[in-house]
Design a protein around this ligand. Structure first.
Ligand code: AMP
Ligand code: GLY
Length: 443
């Protein structure tokens, strides 16, 4: 029996746990800060603790004789959890602190892709002086993205046209990032604003080579029609062909090549990247450009690819750890997927926490949809919201239309007075808008 510990308590981790449990001869253990009812049910045992409390995670892993650890979120990677577990001789299918810098230090990521001449580069500079930052913003006519260099949970980035319209406003936010040390450091990264459609490409990395998975499109904006503030992601979709309706196969291949080159660069830097790696790309008139590289599965994007993964997930993870994915059995059902998050009312601004949600699990299953719990608490058989995303429903079908329909049928069995869902995700209307946008850009 292989004992696997999954760290993290969101819907992404629920999907990881589900993939672990579909593997042969596996016993699941989990550690999370919340009480995710889906993960708790799948686990032989669990510990409630902060995922970044390295000592507690290591203690729990040792006490349960864990054979393999999987880490969902980025914060424990930055805290050095992988390194600490490896020191105790435990297998970990996740990057070390140094390798995870590709996500946790955006300035270093930009430097690496430039130094290794990796395609998909973006005009950018980093500043610790607000006046200098302003000059660069002026040079780019205010058409910029202003980013803290460190982690902000996807919420610290502001972009021209979405969050500000003038050089003054951009410069003001850049100064704020420096002065308030948003993202942990008194530094700000200014990038040219990219025009296009975003896609996510996740891949499995054994430190030298990658195996890319179906492309996914996430929806960061809170409101239908891509309005409102940026969030952790409101939902996502993928298609039966593995690419997205607005992209060509060559765009996908270019994205995969970029990830492969990043993995080679990290190997060369002496910090090989083992585990799932995530590329966020903007498909522009000029091809895919790198928006960010993450050191983990995406949330929600993990929920699009893991349910259609065929093969032995845990066996594949061991092969990544052993540094050779070549013999792994990896396959994906040729199905479309649509994932929509249920979030508390006010999410992204001021969430209404501690509100009850009625979830009819049996009916969701009968509709053929899949439920993944996120940041909720179960008290006396009822589910309550927290300030973060509550749960996600995934529909899988032979076409996007079918997957979207199944997802919506599942969502009907979730009720609450204070919940919010972006129902437009995966709909024909929104997808046609994206195809049209890309056509216009490519001329
Ligand atoms: P990040 O946390 O770096 O993924 O940024 C959050 C979101 O901001 C991305 O998903 C994009 O939608 C947007 N964004 C980030 N960088 C840029 C850029 N250089 N140009 C346009 N949009 C961007
Ligand atoms: N879906 C965005 C992320 O996981 O970073």
């Amino acid at each position: 029996m292989i004992k696997v510990l999954v760290v993290g308590g969101g819907a992404r981790e629920h999907a990881i746990c589900d993939a672990v449990c579909r593997s042969e001869d596996v016993e699941l253990y989990s550690l999370m800060h919340n009480r995710n009812p889906g993960i708790m049910r799948l686990s032989k045992d669990y510990r409630i603790a902060k995922e970044t409390d390295v000592e507690k995670v290591v203690d729990f892993a040792l006490s349960k004789n864990i054979d393999l650890v999987l880490i969902g979120p980025e914060a424990p990677l930055e805290a050095g959890l992988t390194d600490a577990l490896k020191e105790k001789g435990i297998n970990v299918c996740a990057p070390t602190k140094d390798a995870a810098r590709i996500e946790t230090d955006k300035e270093w990521m930009r430097e690496i892709v430039s130094r290794y001449n990796i395609p998909g580069q973006v005009k950018n500079r980093t500043f610790d002086n607000p006046k200098e930052a302003r000059k660069f913003i002026e040079q780019l006519n205010g058409h910029v993205a202003v980013k803290p260099v460190g982690l902000t949970g996807g919420k610290g980035v502001r972009v021209y046209g979405d969050h500000f319209r003038t050089v003054d406003e951009a410069a003001q936010y850049a100064a704020e990032v420096i002065e308030k040390k948003i993202g942990g450091k008194p530094r700000v990264l200014i990038e040219e604003k990219l025009e296009g459609e975003e896609f996510t490409l996740q891949a499995f990395s054994d430190g030298k080579s990658i195996y890319p998975t179906p492309a996914v499109q996430d929806h960061k904006r809170l409101l239908p029609g891509d309005r409102g503030p940026n969030t952790g992601g409101m939902g996502s979709y993928s298609t039966e062909s593995g690419i997205l309706p607005f992209m060509e196969k060559s765009d996908y291949e270019e994205g995969a090549m970029i990830l492969q080159r990043v993995v080679e660069a990290l190997h060369n830097e002496g910090c090989p990247f083992v585990g799932p790696i995530y590329g966020q790309f903007m498909l522009t008139a000029d091809g895919p450009k790198i928006v960010e590289i993450n050191a983990r599965f995406g949330d929600p994007e993990a929920m699009n690819i893991l349910p259609i993964f065929r093969g032995d997930f845990v066996d594949m993870c061991f092969r990544m750890v052993d540094g050779d994915l070549s013999g792994a059995r990896i396959d994906f059902d040729r199905k479309a997927t649509v994932c929509k998050y249920v979030v508390p009312e006010g999410y992204g601004v001021k969430s209404m926490a501690d509100q009850p949600i009625d979830v009819d699990e049996e009916m969701i299953k009968q509709e053929g949809a899949i439920l993944f719990y996120a940041s909720v608490n179960r008290k006396d058989d009822k589910i309550y919201t927290t300030s973060s995303r509550s749960l996600a429903v995934v529909g899988i079908g032979n076409s996007l239309e079918e997957a979207e329909e199944i997802c919506e049928r599942g969502l009907k069995h979730i009720r609450g007075e204070h919940i919010f869902i972006r129902h437009d995700i995966g709909t024909k209307e929104l997808i046609e808008k994206r195809i049209k946008h890309m056509k216009e850009l490519r001329g």
